[in-house]
Design a protein around this ligand. Structure first.
Ligand code: URP
Ligand code: ZN
Ligand code: ZN
Length: 463
């Protein structure tokens, strides 16, 4: 790969990247004799002149084929991982689910079967723990040995995934001992269910009431509570899909106190607002996710959190449901609308737009979308960096290309785009997964099943 600007989390250099097999062999000063000789004998030479060369994106929060309220998220591992590749994401970490009454191992096995032989890019799993008991706590230790080192718990969704404070404390105590990371969905689900029932009783059934019944204060409250439980347990905690100023303030205070508290946000909380939920008719259903989109003033706080590193990862929480027949399940009752937005294809481009708009630096883009997720979830230095020995997961990125996002041209298996009509500057031109070109000039040239399961180590930010 000759002539590009190689961008890492710490800087940008003019360099050629030499790939042998699945790995990066060397990163050498641009135009060196070494690179020229290597290129003369190479099977493929990719011209990266006037382009950026960045490590493939790592999206640590996706939901392919996820069950929700009698339906499944619309992307399979095949379509979803292919869409990820189009957008320069070469690793996804999806959430396997422990069904109530089953074991963690059964949940993981079910998701391994869904993904095996289908993925365009490499993948790993977190485990959603639905029953915290002696058996699942013991299983956590075994899963860490199998490369599944992070466990999601829910303070929301009573009766479905909800864990009470005692269960959360026990899981955190276990994680404190075994090196696992508890990932927290922090919304006070008990209070939210009261607000939802009250709204429906008043006849407030439109999608916009999804936001008003899940106020940001209840994300802040749950975030505070989870941090205190983590302190009692002596465990780290990672907040998924953080959306609210109040929740961010709790994370900032905890980090200022030196605690192992981490958080991600998602493009929807940076670019979209609760106004979308009030679109005419039932259109707002396209924007129903939890936590909900927030009033527009929360966006500036999220961008600030990315700058200060209180938010250290951008994931997508990709959980697509078609408007037709899936989101429509909630017509007449917003609480029955499947929760989630599509986004795995556009994370790199949307956050690059933050660079174009002067909100973050180029290096920070790479850090947020690739390097920190790799370190947070035990994949570094195999992933997340352009360096000798790393997997050749590489993106040749044209920072000046223009694109208009649209459901008509995206590759996700969903019938609408949450970012319909967005004009962005920047686009992937060539994407390599472990040395193999998978996307080139807008065409998918990979194969399903190229992507392999990744056994991850534990959180590399912990001392
Ligand atoms: O609405 C969302 N976020 N759906 C996906 C499930 C979750 O809680 O992450
Ligand atoms: Zn969640
Ligand atoms: Zn999620």
């Amino acid at each position: 790969m000759l002539g590009g600007t190689v961008v890492s989390a710490t800087g940008a250099v003019e360099a050629d990247v030499l790939v042998e097999g699945e790995r990066i062999l060397a990163v050498v000063a641009r135009g060196s004799a070494l690179a020229r000789d290597f290129a003369a004998g190479a099977d493929t030479v990719i011209d990266a002149a006037n382009r950026l060369v960045v490590p493939g994106g790592i999206d640590p929060h996706t939901h392919m084929e996820r069950p929700f309220g009698g339906t499944f998220s619309a992307d399979s591992f095949e379509t979803g991982s292919r869409a990820a590749a189009f957008g320069g994401t070469t690793t996804i970490i999806d959430f396997a689910i422990q069904s109530r009454g089953s074991s963690l191992a059964e949940g993981l096995e079910a998701w391994q079967v869904k993904a095996d032989g289908r993925c365009a890019v490499d993948y790993g799993f977190h485990l959603i723990v639905s029953d915290v008991d002696e058996s699942s706590l013991t299983e956590m230790d075994a899963l860490i040995g199998e490369g599944v080192t992070s466990f999601k718990l829910f303070m929301a969704y009573p009766g479905v995934f909800y864990s009470d404070d005692g269960a959360i404390l026990q899981a955190m105590q276990r994680a404190a001992g075994n090196g696992g990371t508890v990932m927290m969905h922090a919304e006070n689900g008990i209070a939210i269910d009261v607000l939802v029932a009250q709204a429906l009783a008043r006849g407030e059934s439109n999608p916009r009431f999804h936001a008003s019944t899940r106020p940001s204060l209840l994300e802040g409250e749950a975030t505070h509570r989870a941090i205190q439980l983590a302190r009692v347990a002596g465990a780290p905690v990672y907040f998924v899909h953080l959306s609210a100023t109040e929740a961010l303030a709790e994370v900032v205070a905890a980090r200022d106190a030196g605690l192992n508290v981490f958080a991600e946000t998602c493009p929807q909380y940076l670019f979209l607002s609760a106004d979308e939920l009030a679109r005419p008719g039932f259109e707002g259903a396209k924007y129903v996710c939890s936590p909900p989109l927030r009033p527009v003033e929360h966006q500036a706080a999220m961008w600030r959190g990315l700058v200060t590193n209180d938010l250290s990862v951008v994931s997508t929480d990709h959980c697509p449901f078609c408007f037709s027949e899936q989101k429509e399940l909630g017509a007449g009752d917003f609480s029955r609308i499947p929760n989630g937005l599509p986004g795995v294809e556009h994370r790199m481009d949307l956050i690059h737009q933050g660079v174009v708009d002067g909100r973050i630096r180029l290096e920070r883009w790479v850090e947020l979308c690739s390097t920190t997720p790799a370190r947070m979830f035990g994949l570094y230095p195999r992933k997340g960096v352009v360096a000798p020995g790393a997997d050749a997961d590489l993106v040749v990125y044209d920072p000046a290309a223009h694109q208009r996002l649209s459901a008509a041209s995206h590759h996700m298996a969903v019938d609408y785009s949450a970012y319909q009509g967005f004009e962005l500057t920047g686009r992937c031109e060539v994407v390599l997964s472990r040395g193999r070109v998978v996307v080139e000039n807008g065409e998918y040239v990979g194969v399903a099943g190229h992507g392999k399961f990744l056994q991850r180590s534990t959180n590399q930010y912990l001392v």
